[in-house]
Write a protein that binds this ligand. Sequence first.
Ligand code: NAP
Ligand code: GDD
Length: 345
Amino acid sequence: MKTSYPPKNDKRALVTGISGQDGSYLAELLLAKGYEVYGMVRRSSSFNTSRIDHIYQDPHEADVRLRLVYGDQADGSSLDQLVKTIRPDEIYNLGAQSHVRVSFDIPEYTSEVTGLGCLRLLEAIRERELNCRFYQASSSEMYGKCVETPQTERTPFYPRSPYGCAKVYAYWITVNYRESYGLFACNGILFNHESPRRGETFVTRKITRAIAHIVNGLQDKLYLGNLEAKRDWGYAREYVEAMWLMLQQAKPDDYVVATGETHSVREFLEAAFAHAGLDWRKYVEIDPNYYRPTEVDLLVGDASKAKKQLGWEPKTKFNDLVKLMVDADMQMVKDHLAGKGRVAS
Ligand code: NAP
Ligand code: GDD
């Protein structure tokens, strides 16, 4: 399908993790601003681009704004080649093994991809003497066993998972390259953010997808782990705007991006099932397999710095986020049953 975009702005962006939740929203945002976007995807035995199929362009089109290129966070030579050949103005490093529970099962791989993958990109920028701006997808998971509440840019880190440890490494190596080599490198410390494009094994999406299946008679039970953990949940589409804003400032810096509200998994369950007219207690069972060896009990961020310096503020409230996710999964199942779409697997 032929796509038309606003006038070009002469900027090139490289986005790692473009096939993920955030990558897909960020690509839409950058394309809408006139960027030429290069999205790094990794080789997979099945299609892994469903979140960006709607913006995919035939590379033979006349005015191609989105190009997909192969690479892997674990393969420094591929990252170096991309930096060398594309010479992007901005790099958004979103690629990661991003599942906290899974990071306990594959800790070494998680450290390679989520931690060292960041260093590999920074090294490629330094070695190629590229004058570009760099965004690192840092995480509230770095606060882990929080030493203060709410968490700010000054709160010390206490990670509680191999994923959290890898993100702390990536955070500090980003700061180090900024200070050592003068790179324009920023950390966005993003608290949990969700959407209808959220991976199906993260708790919010697992719940909303299960509700749609239960309502349509496709599933009887939903098995979950710890219901008492509290998270600061925002809407992903809004959070990618903060990423972009960080790279448009006069000076590189690090920012917390959060809503400032916290809710338990149990509250999310209650709100989501209630929106579908169901009592969650009839369907939910606890499976200890979903417990983590060490848990992050409470996250709540203070995004005043992002508000003051970037002019960024969250708009979507918790209850609206829950509703939009339930509604989207309901629609997706309805389309699937009508033969119009597919159920996200
Ligand atoms: P996601 O949906 O899990 O997407 C992760 C992306 O990384 C996918 O495109 C994935 O590709 C890619 N990836 C995984 N392993 C890779 C590898 N070895 N080489 C290259 N690419 C690889 O995550 P997200 O929610 O969009 O999050 C984006 C980033 O923000 C991640 O770094 C995450 O850790 C971080 N973060 C997320 C949140 C949140 O609440 N969502 C909060 C703070 C920070 P495939 O599609 O092929 O798997
Ligand atoms: N995934 C999952 N599955 N989590 C469950 C389940 C379940 O069945 N049952 C309870 N939980 C609890 C987890 O124990 C955790 O306390 C909470 O739900 C949220 O889990 P996830 O949705 O997996 O997200 P996360 O907070 O561990 O990590 C996400 O947010 C981080 C930012 O704080 C990921 O997106 C990370 O990549 C991100 O950095």
